[in-house]
Design a protein around this ligand. Sequence first.
Ligand code: SAM
Ligand code: SF4
Ligand code: F3S
Length: 452
Amino acid sequence: MPQTTLSGKTYCIRTFGCQMNLHDSERVSGLLDSLGALEVSGPAEADIVVFMTCCVREAADTRLYGQCSSCKSLPAPPSGRRVIAVGGCIAQRDGEGLLTNVDNVDVIFGTHSIAHVGDLIAEAFEGGGRQVRTEEHEESGATSMPWHRATSYHAWVPIMTGCNNFCSYCIVPYVRGREKSRPMEEILDEVTILVRKGVREVTLLGQNVNSYGRDLFGAPRFAELLRRVGDTGIERITFTSSHPKDLLPETIDAMAEVPAVMPHLHLAVQSGSSRVLKLMNRRYTRERYLELVDAVRDRIPRIALTTDIIVGFPGETEEDFAETLSLAERVRYAQAFTFIYSKRAGTPAAEIEDPTSRDVILERFNRLVKVIETTAFEYNQGSRETTVAALIEGASKKDATKLQGKSPWNQTVLCPLPAGARIDDFVGKVVDVRVDTARTWYLSGEMVGGPR
Ligand code: SAM
Ligand code: SF4
Ligand code: F3S
């Protein structure tokens, strides 16, 4: 068989959704690069446009249609023909169905079929017609493919794919399949290579990293993985997401004892009402969640706790919501992602009747956001007059004369770029910042000493 080539073709990738998709896009990009294609900045100059889609909420779902249609009005690309490929979770969910809904899509590849995207695109260019590949159980091989990191200093490292939890509102287990852990040695080899290449921070990815290894070893081994990744010499380890029902004491110990593990834990609560948590199939109660928070704070007192909360789960009452508010006030989150419940066809929650009006849900949502803004502001006050080590990511989007970075507690940190210096001299470097201002969403102050 002739070797697939996309030599001379240009491509761009538009990514929606979570870090899983961001990383899958890096794999797609690495694959297209290895076939000779060249990345360009936008669809107008691209022969190949790839959309990596998300369907976790309705808003994400509907965006795809607009994006695909907007490609129709673009000028012809350099090669004279443009191939549009749709990957990610909508592709996996809808498969061929997308061809009828979006008439200018040429390639559909599911979340398990990333390794085939080059062949599918090449086939579409060669007049092979519209291509669809969404087999669920194929070994994608994606984690051993070349990949193209967005930055030199940070890497997403998937440690597992899929999800076994079937929270009653969530579509992810249906589109990403069952939990599958990567072999521990493969992950460690990957991180070791990344360290050699100068990567300073890795984010270990999974829908529920706490159950890492259950399918391989019969019991979770996430604590061991954290310790061994810590031994590779990587400077910063972060991870997401962590399901409260599987957060083990040994994992909290590893977080407290491995210096590279950052003092930040994203522990999605979803609701503060045990009644709603049961309907959500989360398999912990409000009390159990609060016990976990206490256990984590006992070992890591200044830890930045962040969370996800859904407002307006079907049948949520004012009393249920009051429990969510009081939980948020009690935990005092450093940050939270708050979502309005979105009905996803095929999930059990979609069958539950909901008499609550949209206005009531919006009003609850706004009350919750106020609480989170207050606790986030307060959390950041604890950093005033301290020196934080910020890993610099680039210029501030609002003010190009400022450097922007991340503290170990996942706070955004801003500081002025020294006179005569260039942003690029600092990207991927760590600088100490003496914090004089702490706002809800960022810290700022003066740099002390030089980059390292
Ligand atoms: N596996 C992660 C966990 O359990 O922490 C979550 C992954 S999901 C991509 C991210 C967040 O989206 C969830 O924590 C939940 O808050 C939110 N989410 C999922 N399904 C939703 C729905 N149907 N409506 C609103 N928000 C939803
Ligand atoms: Fe969705 Fe629950 Fe799995 Fe997270 S743990 S991906 S919320 S089913
Ligand atoms: Fe969206 Fe799929 Fe992630 S549905 S949130 S991109 S796993």
